[in-house]
Design a protein around this ligand. Sequence first.
Ligand code: SAM
Length: 255
Amino acid sequence: MERQFCLEGKTPFGVRLPARSLISLAVPHPLDNPTMDRVLEPELMDDQEQAQAYARADFSEENQYFIDEFCRRFPDFLSGHVVDLGCGPADIPIRLVRARPDCTVTGIDASLPMIQLGEAAIAVAQLHNRVQLRCEPIQQICLPEPAGAVISNSLLHHLPDPMDFWTAIKQVAKPAAPVLIMDLIRPESTTAAQTIVDQYAHHTPDILRRDFYNSLLAAFTLEEMSVQLAASGLGHFVVTQPDDRHWIAAGHLAE
Ligand SMILES: C[S@@+](CC[C@H](N)C(=O)[O-])C[C@H]1O[C@@H](n2cnc3c(N)ncnc32)[C@H](O)[C@@H]1O
């Protein structure tokens, strides 16, 4: 069985690939090449020290790449209301409203410490009029109006039931809304996960290295995520792999 993924030419986080080439990844039969089972991590990042470490970490390259991808893939979405599922300390909502001056963002996160850190960042950026945060689980969102677009970075792997995520996306947004999702890919083994942590997070505090490792083990494979998309009626989304540890899914909801 083969699945085609579009690998982008210059990858954002250090891996170089041929320019915008479509490649075929052979998806092995599970018995031929056993992939490590998913290991759940705590759903919420609601420990104060953990949230602070995450908010202090430098995700600027990754987060700006996510915003650039949103603008590149949806160049006509210049104004409107965007929902960010699992917004954490709100760096992505802040970057998005700066990149799209006629957009507003509602960030949703069920961790109170994350929301408080996000509110502080929004205050420093003086963007309270354009970025609002809500402390609630995505499984229970009830917005006054459906959003014009949905974004989410690094939330899906936190959820015990991934279908909660795809259901929420369809619930919060208008028909035909643009959607951009990015998350981690689960490596084939704990050794491979540790190698990724050592390679990309060798300079970060232990608490972040622990969370990164746990997140890699909790993440989905490309194949699992593609099955989820199909089961959600989102099988038309384009799935790309920008580097050795992330996937991106992008598309429009049905009309
Ligand atoms: C790894 S962080 C990503 C934060 C942000 N999107 C970013 O890219 O920096 C995942 C966030 O999802 C939140 N989260 C996990 N499960 C959630 C749920 N069911 N509803 C809302 N937020 C959730 C966690 O509290 C955490 O802040």
